[in-house]
Design a protein. Structure first.
Length: 488
């Protein structure tokens, strides 16, 4: 089915880093006309300010650096992951050397249920918190953050965790095709939790992988598409979800089973799973880039008037989600959330850098968060501060990462997080023990705070250890309100 005018972008700016040269970028900084630049494809965009051109310059430059480093980064990541898994399967470094001398080294097969990703070694927890049970206020937040965590793992690992440990049904785990990158660069999984009442389907999108240059290029891409009713949206995210090559979002496409597109594949799966006579609902979730896809998915459903599916959407949980669109996009989504009574929980931990991207300066890029931010500081619990630990803001404090006012506080918090690593297991149990890899990352965080804060482990801790005041709210957070009235 062809896309309508409302479903086709009539104004856009798409960066093409592969076609840019350093001399061309320097000339671009001087000239205000972007139509003549071969590394920028645009429609109804002629001139731009110097500040905007500087942002575009650095966006293209960083993307080219990432493209140049893509192969060595991938190779290094694969070798490092294999080394981490060798140590894990053999116990520790000393046992690995002993097994090596005895010729009995256990070598995990990549893609097996015993093989964890680099991020999985940051935080080895895969069990759901036994203190949070179906029916509890935190239950779906717990299930969502854990689903977002295992979305980074391989298919065999996901299957073993969901079916053997969680005792839930794994509907599927998918590698989705990106038409623009011509790669399977978007991943997601679908879980059916039959213990909840009503039973719940969880759709989790994978976030940015540390050693995947394509993921990082998506995060740094400042391209955008503007739709008549939906507003301006970050191009990297809508491309990952399934924007077509002609800049359109048709309601349906001709399916190629060998190249499944994220939006269309998930929509058809939900249509089959959400039987008209059942009470089954579903939740969307994701960490980092996955969070951006989770909030963008219902926006495209609304663009296509998929009322039957939207009526069954219970909530959206995102963790460390970047900015997705402009003010008009936020207003469009909030209107849909309010209309269909969909709850939206956007978790931000402390100085996490990703929710503060793309840069927001009120004049140039105009990407905005919307709805209510569930902000957690580095203590997780409000009793350690005069103000509550979890505060409810329309926008997180220090909305941009590069904040002069936060320079000292970010480093003090990073130092405290390093100290906290040794305290958590004594306060809350051995499952909160942090390994050497995460401790090294926290040391790096003293120089560049904000990167360790983006780790999924912080959001797991925030859900499990954070104050329960929000979860006792009389009203849930929907697109129609930025405030939550908590019972005392």
């Amino acid at each position: 089915m062809a896309a309508s005018n409302d479903q086709t972008s009539k104004k856009y700016m798409v960066l093409k880093p592969d076609e840019a040269s350093l001399i061309g970028l320097i000339r671009f900084l001087i000239s205000g006309n972007i139509e003549s630049k071969q590394f920028i494809e645009c429609l109804r965009v002629k001139k731009t300010s110097l500040k905007h051109r500087v942002y575009i310059f650095f966006s293209i430059f960083i993307q080219n650096v990432l493209q140049f480093a893509a192969k060595p980064l991938s190779v290094f990541g694969s070798i490092f992951e294999l080394w981490l898994n060798l140590l894990a399967c053999n116990g520790n470094f000393c046992l690995f050397l002993l097994n090596l001398l005895r010729g009995k080294v256990v070598v995990p097969a990549e893609g097996s249920a015993d093989f964890m990703s680099f991020l999985g070694h940051f935080d080895r927890r895969v069990e759901l918190d036994k203190n949070i049970k179906p029916g509890d206020k935190k239950y779906f937040a717990e299930l969502s953050v854990m689903a977002s965590k295992i979305a980074y793992e391989n298919k065999a690992f996901i299957k073993a965790v969901v079916e053997d440990k969680w005792k839930m049904e794994l509907i599927g785990e998918y590698d989705f095709w990106n038409e623009y990158q011509q790669k399977y660069s978007t991943q997601g999984l679908i879980i059916h939790d039959k213990t909840a009442n009503p039973d719940m389907i969880i759709v989790a999108f994978r976030g940015t992988e540390l050693f995947n240059a394509d993921d990082w290029r998506t995060d740094f891409d400042l391209s955008w598409h503007k739709f008549q009713s939906m507003g301006k949206v970050h191009s990297g995210f809508i491309k990952a979800l399934g924007l077509q090559n002609d800049q359109s979002w048709p309601p349906t496409i001709d399916h190629d089973n060998k190249k499944p597109i994220a939006y269309y594949t998930i929509k058809e799966k939900l249509r089959k799973l959400l039987h008209p006579h059942s009470r089954t609902k579903f939740i969307l979730t994701g960490h980092s880039l996955g969070g951006a896809l989770a909030i963008l998915f219902p926006a495209v459903l609304a663009l296509h008037d998929e009322t039957c599916i939207l009526e069954r959407l219970e909530a959206i949980y995102t963790f460390g989600q970047p900015r997705v669109g402009d003010v008009k996009f936020g207003d469009f989504v909030k209107e849909q959330l309010k209309s269909y009574d969909i709850k939206y929980y956007r978790f931000v931990y402390n100085h996490d850098i990703v929710p503060r991207l793309p840069y927001d300066d009120d004049t140039t890029l105009l990407f905005r968060h919307f709805g209510t931010c569930l902000f957690y500081n580095s203590l997780y619990e409000g009793k350690f501060f005069l103000v509550p630990m979890m505060q409810i803001f329309p926008q997180e404090p220090h909305r941009n990462y590069f904040s002069i006012r936060a320079f000292i506080t970010k480093r003090l918090d990073a130092l405290w997080e390093l100290v906290r690593s040794f305290l958590l297991p004594h306060l809350y149990g051995p499952e909160y023990r942090e390994g050497l890899l995460l401790l090294v990352c926290r040391l790096f965080g003293l120089l560049v705070p904000g990167f360790p804060a983006h780790g999924i482990q912080e959001y797991i801790n925030a859900v499990r250890l954070g104050t329960a005041e929000f979860w006792r709210c009389k009203e849930g957070i929907t697109g129609g309100a930025n405030k939550c009235f908590c019972s005392q």
